[in-house]
Design a protein around this ligand. Sequence first.
Ligand SMILES: Cc1ncc(COP(=O)(O)O)c(C=O)c1O
Length: 397
Amino acid sequence: MTVALENPRLLSLAAGFTDNRTLPVAAVQAAMDSLAARSGEPEYLQYGANQGRPALRTLLAGRLLTHEPRLDADAVNRGFFITNGSQQALYLAMQVLCDPGDIVLVDRPSYFVYLEMLAGLGVQARSLPLDEAGRIDVDALRRLLEGMRARGELQRLKAVYFVSYFSNPSARSLEETEKNGIAEALAEAGAIVSVVEDAAYRELYYETPPAALSVLSLPAWAAFPRLYLSTLTKPFASGLKVGYGTCTDAGLLEKMMHVKGHHDFGTAHFNQAVLEQVLAVGGLDAQLAVIRPVYRRKMRLLHEVLTQGGLAGLGWRWQVPGGGLYLWLSAPADIDTGLDAAFCRACVEAGVLYVPGELCFGDEAPRNFIRLSFGVLGEKDLAEAGGRFVAVAKRFA
Ligand SMILES: Cc1ncc(COP(=O)(O)O)c(C=O)c1O
C-alpha cells in the first residue's frame, strides 16, 4: 500500500479494500440526519457499553438468526458483542486463548493479517491438511493430531481458526462436511479447543447465499467453545470499522470483554449508532443489493482478462468464485511469486501490485500462489491492471 501511495501510476490488485464508488454515502447521510433530528440528549456522542450498543446487538443477532434459524436466540443474544472491526475480536480471542509457544490450527491458505498477528503473539500456526481437490483432509488431520500427541504438543493446541465463506485469500467456502470433519477429528483426539469461525465475507455472495451453516448450528461442534465473527466493514462501509460476533462460552467472552476494556472500553459509539439506524431501515440489504452485482461484474472482468490473455495456457490455475473480493491464482511450480522474487519486482515495474501467496500460509508456504483483489479498482483500471499482470506472466513463461 505504501508503494502504491507513492506511485500513482501503480495499479493495486493487492489491497483488500472495498470500492469507493459504491460506498453508501446517502445511507450514512440519512442515518446521521435522523440521529441529529432526535429529541433528547445525543447519547450517541457519548461513550457506550464495552460489549456494544444493545439495540445494534439485537439487530445483528436477529440477522444471524435469519441465516441460522435453528439457533437458540437467547444464547446468541447473550453471547453477542460489537468490536472495532472483526480484526479487534480476532486479536482479543488470540490474546485470551493463547500464550507464546501455543499452537493454533489454521485453514490453508489463511487470512495473512491473522497469521501475522499469531506470529506477533509468539503463537505457532499449523495448517489444516487438504486433499488433492483442496478440501479438508480429515484422515490427514487425524494423523497430524496423533503426531502432535506423540510429540507432546497436543496440550499446547489452543484453537482452530478458519475463514469459512468466500475466504480471504482463496475465495473458497468450506462445506458443512469439511467443518464437521474437523470437529470429529478434534473430538476423537480429545482436543476440545475453541473454534474461531471468521465469516467476514458471508454476506458478500454474488447471487446465491452459501449453503453451509456455521459452527454455531452444526451438532458436531456442540461440545466446543465457539466464537463466530463477522463484520459490517466489507458489506457496508470499511471506514466505520464495526465488527461483531457471538460466543457460546461465557468464560471466554468475559475474558475477551475484560481485555477489550483495556483496549477501548467501548467500540466507537457514533459509528454503531449510524449502523443501528441503517439496519433499522433496511439499509444494509439495500447496500448489498447494490454491491453484489458490482463485485460480480468486476470479478468476471478480471477473470476474462486473465483468460483471454492466455494465462491458463501458461499453466496458471484459478477458480471462479461465487462471492468475495479475490481471485486466488496458482502459478506453474517453477515461478517464484514471493515478495523478494524477480516476478514480484517485474510486476511492480510494470505498474501492478499483488499479494504474494507465501504470506497466506501458516507453515510450509509454497512460493507459487498469488492473491488478486478486484475490490478497489474501477473497471477500466482493473482491465489495465489485469493486462499488465498477464504481460509479466508471459515474460516468465
Ligand atoms: C478474513 C478476514 N477477517 C477479518 C478481517 C478484518 O475485517 P475488519 O476488521 O475490517 O472487520 C478481514 C479484513 O480484510 C478479513 O479479510
